[in-house]
Design a protein around this ligand. Structure first.
Ligand code: SF4
Length: 447
C-alpha cells in the first residue's frame, strides 16, 4: 500500500534545506507521494527511512525490462498521463505475430529485423516477435524460439498458456529475457514459478480489469515484480477505456495492482491490416506497452514508429546535435561552407540534402539551443554577431582556402552584421528550402 504524503513527511529529515529542488520537506514528501519526485534527490534520508520509503518512491508504473544485449528494452516507468506534463520515458514495443508452425518463420523474422529506418539520428525499428505456440509441442515451440533468437536480434514474447510447454522454453532462453504470455486464473501459480525461476517478465491475461488486479496481487505477493497486464479487451472502445482506466488508477490513485505496463493485441481484433494500424496508433498514444500486430509490413510499421518517436520525445527539450564542423561527402579546401542551427530536424534535413547532392561540403552547426533557423533568428540566438563569432572560433578557416560562407535563406537579414563580424568574407544567402540546396551547391563557386 502506498504511503501518503504526510506519512512520507514523517520519515524525512524535516530540515527544509531545499537541496532536493523544492523548498520544504513537506513539498518533497507530497511530490514523492504523487510519483513526481525520486527519493535519491534528498541526500539526507536515513537508511531505515529509505527502506520504508522505497515502495512509496518507486515509479507508479513499474519499468519492466525485456530482451538482451543491444536490443534490450524497457517498457512502463511512466509518471504522467499526458506527455506535455513532463515526458513519456520508455517507448512502447511493437511486435509482429508468428506461429511456431509457420514454415517460413525465420525468413519472415529476418525481414522484420531488417525493417530499420534512421530518423533524426535515431534508429527506428519494430523490436519484438510474438511467438505463439500453435503446435502444442514443447520441442517444436523451443526449436522455433531458438531459431528466431539465432537468426535475428528481435526480442521475444513467448505465448503459451500451458506451463508444461512454457517451462523448458523459458528456461532454455532465460538469458534472452523473453516476455512470458500468459498467467491466467487457471495457471497463475505454475507460470509464477517459471517466471520466478527464469527472471523473465510475465504478462497476466485477464477477462477484465478486476481479474487483472487479482492476478497481479497474487503474483506480486508470490514475489514477482516484472509483470505486464492484458485486460482481455478485444474491441476498440473497451480496449481504449481499459488502457485509460489502468493508467489513471496507477498514476492518480497509486493503485499498485495496476502499476504495470500493458500488452495489447490489435492483431487479434481485426484481419484488416489498415484497421490494425489504426488501433495500434491509438495504443501508441494511449497507453499500450507492448503492441502486438499480425503481420509486419514496412507501410504498417513505419508510421507507427514515427508516431512513437513523436509521442516519446521530451516536449520540453528540443532534439539537438552537437555544435561543430561536419564533413559531408569528403570536403576539401575548395569545398563550400554552409552554416545552420543545431535543431536536429534542421541538421538532418540539411545534411541529407547536401549528401544527396554529392557535392563535398563543410556544414557548420551553431548551438541555438535546439531552435530552428527562423525561430533562433527571432529569439536572437542566430544573429549576425553570434554566427560570425562562431565561424571565427570553430576552426573552419584552417580547413579551407576561400572565404565564402552560405547562410540559410530564412536568415538573410543577418548578412550585414555578419559582414561586419567577418571582414573579408563573402556571405552568400542560400535557399530558404533545403530541397533547393542541391541545385544551389552544384552552381556554387567561391568568390
Ligand atoms: Fe528535506 Fe531532504 Fe529536501 Fe532537504 S533535501 S528539503 S532534507 S527532503
Amino acid at each position: 500500500m502506498a504511503l501518503t504524503g504526510i506519512e512520507i513527511f514523517k520519515l524525512l529529515p524535516k530540515t527544509n534545506c531545499g537541496e532536493c529542488g523544492v523548498p520544504t520537506c513537506l513539498a518533497f514528501a507530497m511530490n514523492l507521494a504523487a510519483g513526481k519526485a525520486e527519493l535519491d534527490k534528498c541526500p539526507y534520508v536515513s537508511e531505515e527511512a529509505r527502506e520504508k520509503l522505497a515502495a512509496a518512491s518507486a515509479p507508479p508504473i513499474r519499468p519492466v525490462k525485456y530482451g538482451s544485449g543491444d536490443t534490450a528494452s524497457t517498457v512502463g516507468g511512466e509518471t504522467v498521463l499526458f506527455r506535455h506534463e513532463k515526458t513519456f520515458f520508455n517507448p512502447c514495443g511493437l511486435a509482429g505475430t508468428l506461429l511456431d508452425t509457420d514454415a517460413d518463420l525465420v525468413a519472415k523474422a529476418k525481414v522484420w529485423a531488417g525493417m530499420q529506418w534512421e530518423r533524426v539520428g535515431l534508429n527506428l525499428r519494430p523490436g519484438l516477435v510474438f511467438l505463439k505456440c500453435a503446435s502444442n509441442d514443447a520441442a517444436k515451440f523451443e526449436a522455433a524460439a531458438k531459431a528466431l533468437c539465432e537468426s535475428t536480434d528481435l526480442s521475444l514474447v513467448l505465448a503459451c498458456e500451458d506451463p508444461a510447454i512454457m517451462a523448458p522454453v523459458a528456461k532454455a532462453l532465460a538469458d534472452k529475457k523473453p516476455i512470458l504470455y500468459a498467467a491466467t486464473n487457471q495457471n497463475a501459480d505454475k507460470m509464477c514459478a517459471i517466471a520466478g525461476e527464469t527472471g523473465c517478465p510475465l504478462a497476466v491475461k485477464a477477462v477484465d480489469i478486476d481479474e487483472a488486479k487479482d492476478l497481479t496481487t497474487e503474483l506480486t505477493e508470490a514475489g514477482l515484480k516484472d509483470l505486464l497486464i492484458d485486460t482481455g479487451a478485444r474491441d476498440i472502445s473497451g480496449l481504449l477505456q481499459d488502457q485509460i482506466a489502468v493508467r489513471r488508477a496507477a498514476l492518480l490513485k497509486l493503485d499498485r495492482t495496476l502499476g504495470f505496463p500493458t500488452i495489447v493485441f490489435p492483431g487479434e481484433m481485426t484481419d484488416d491490416p489498415a484497421m490494425q494500424v489504426a488501433i495500434a496508433a491509438s495504443m501508441v498514444a494511449k497507453y499500450g506497452g507492448i503492441i502486438v500486430l499480425g503481420e509486419l509490413t514496412a507501410e504498417s510499421v513505419f508510421p507507427l514508429l514515427l508516431e512513437r518517436l513523436n509521442i516519446y520525445t521530451d516536449p520540453q527539450r528540443p532534439m539537438t546535435v552537437t555544435q561543430g564542423i561536419f564533413e559531408i561527402n569528403g570536403p576539401g579546401p575548395d569545398s563550400p561552407v554552409l552554416v545552420t542551427t543545431n535543431f536536429s530536424l534542421t541538421y538532418f534535413i540539411v545534411s541529407g540534402e547536401i549528401e544527396s547532392s554529392r557535392v563535398p561540403s563543410w556544414l557548420l552547426i551553431k548551438d541555438t539551443e535546439g531552435l530552428s533557423v527562423l525561430t533562433a533568428w527571432a529569439a536572437g540566438k542566430f544573429s549576425g554577431d553570434d554566427v560570425g563569432m562562431f565561424v571565427k572560433k570553430c576552426g573552419i578557416e584552417e580547413k579551407i582556402n576561400h572565404k565564402s560562407l552560405i547562410i540559410p535563406g530564412y536568415a538573410a537579414a543577418i548578412v550585414g552584421d555578419m559582414e561586419e563580424e567577418l571582414p573579408g568574407w563573402n556571405i552568400k544567402v542560400g535557399p530558404r528550402e533545403a530541397a533547393h540546396l542541391a541545385k544551389f551547391l552544384k552552381e556554387w563557386k567561391p568568390e
